[in-house]
Design a protein around this ligand. Sequence first.
Ligand code: ZN
Length: 302
Amino acid sequence: MRVYYADHQRVELPAGHRFPMGKYARLRLELVAQGVLREDELIPAPAIERAAIERVHDAAYVEAFLTGRLDPKARQRIGFPWSQALVRRTLASAGGTCAASDAALEDGVSGVLAGGTHHAFRDRGGGYCVFNDVAIAAVRLLDAGRVARVLAFDVDVHQGDGTAAIFQDDPRVFTVSVHGAKNFPLRKETSDLDVPLPDGTDDGPYLEAVEGAFEQALAAGSFDLAFVQAGVDPLVSDRLGRLAVSLEGLARRDSLVLGGLAARGVPAVLTLGGGYAEPIEESIQAHVGTYRAATEVLARRS
Ligand SMILES: [Zn+2]
């Protein structure tokens, strides 16, 4: 399986910053150490071209971010201090999702160890998201006529509000979000299918909700490609999650979704999404579980 990573573009955050930037490089090492992926399956993500970003995002917003001229409020909403390194990292993250979508169309499954930046809207970022990688990659393939209908299946604990808003009036993309009802963002957008969950939801009802959403989405038509925002922040130990899903529950979720897509012949692109467990090792293990599920699905196919 070809999996793209963006941590070759290093971003140093100020001491005490809440975002676990170190997670990405450690995840890559852990995937190899546990024998889930071979070193030669991991590929540095290429930078996205500006034209592809501007098919989704307002040119003025793109220009302001790339040149460090976002106003303080817009910068604060994103949550990262601006730097040239952040620009390079952001371009690699979206570039990785585009490269992974090309690979998925050839191989059946691919992924990026970054991305899932679903809180980015056309004209603004938010919640650690600058550009919406899934939207950029989907529109790039749709506009080129390489796919006709795309599923954006988001099981991060936070609603995929940016993705929902971007595709609100675009019938080519069916957006699904299974998320914590009381979690960020407080003001929710309207996806094609939203499944809000109460605080404290644990494995049984969680898996039932994901399976129900998955079946309902697949009943809504046929898809040429699916993006899975496989955030692991529903984990019980996540400090931003408010749900109570176990590591095993998340692994079952990922098997269910990836296995279901493979059974229907729908290529899948995995994006990383959130994971803020205390300790962060638990989020890393959960992300490893996502890729273990993907390799098992691929092994069953061949
Ligand atoms: Zn999240």
